[in-house]
Design a protein around this ligand. Structure first.
Ligand code: AMP
Length: 249
């Protein structure tokens, strides 16, 4: 079984985002970018399935600018076998990404597509679900456990009340939650080996997908700064403060 793993290059999760002065988005100039953390978990899960003998090939895909190739090389260094880079400098919305992934899935016929549950830059949490709809495949989202069982896959999902397990027949879509696994670091020899793994260069046009945005971002603002707290001397004083201000400072 082949596994397709879409990986997105995003602002590194350790970097504090700065909003552009004109409020049109987050300033990405000269900041560290990395693979979306949920996608690292997806790559790791695909590698574990291959190590268990449940998968034969892992193909990483990224839609984005030239530098997205670095993200793909990271996936290759972790253990993916080959990569597809769909190059565009445009901001690509989840629907357009899902349409590109559908075209790739039609060509590659994977048994599983494992995506992150969300990209930490746009927090859309849409691409996996849209891809499942476009392909008409079953989906197991927010996975905390994935077990391949013949031609089906059991996905344990983190839901509000606890855990739910769904059985999907393959081909299927899985999206990863934080507790699914702890991704490995790429070792230096594997980083070197990754440089010679195949990486195909494509464009959205090759898949007949128009990436023109359908949404307009009207404003982006930083979260309000928290004001400093105060110390109270007693429970009575605390209750009085809460009554007075309506909040716990
Ligand atoms: P989102 O719906 O934007 O929150 O993204 C969910 C998941 O879709 C991500 O974790 C990735 O696995 C995948 N994805 C989204 N955008 C891209 C992209 N530009 N290239 C590759 N994969 C993507």
């Amino acid at each position: 079984m082949k596994i397709l793993v879409p990986v997105k290059r995003v602002l590194d999760y350790n970097v504090k985002p700065r909003v552009k002065a004109d409020g049109t988005g987050v300033d990405l100039a000269n900041v560290k970018m990395s693979m979306n953390p949920f996608d690292e978990i997806a790559v790791e899960e695909a590698i574990r399935l291959k190590e268990k003998g449940a998968a034969t090939e892992i193909v990483a895909v990224s839609v984005g600018p030239a530098k997205a190739q670095e993200t793909l090389r990271t996936a290759l260094a972790m253990g993916a076998d080959r990569a597809i880079h769909v190059q565009t400098d445009d901001e690509v919305e989840p629907l357009a990404v899902a349409k590109i992934l559908k075209a790739i899935a039609d060509e590659e016929t994977p048994g599983l597509v494992i995506l992150g549950k969300q990209a930490i830059d746009d927090d859309s949490n849409q691409t996996g679900q849209m891809l499942a709809a476009l392909l008409n495949w079953g989906q197991g989202t927010f996975a905390s456990k994935v077990e391949v069982d013949g031609s089906s896959v059991n996905v344990t999902r983190e839901v509000d009340g606890g855990l739910e397990t769904v059985k999907l027949s393959t081909p299927a879509i899985v999206t990863t939650d934080l507790r699914l696994n702890e991704p490995r670091y790429a070792t230096l020899p594997n980083i070197m080996k990754a440089k010679s793994k195949p990486l195909a260069a494509k464009t959205p046009g090759d898949y007949g997908v128009d990436t023109a945005p359908r949404l307009t971002i009207t404003n982006v603002v930083e979260p309000a700064k928290r004001s400093a707290g105060i110390k109270v001397g007693s429970v009575d004083e605390l209750i009085a403060k809460i009554k007075e201000t309506g909040v716990i400072a």
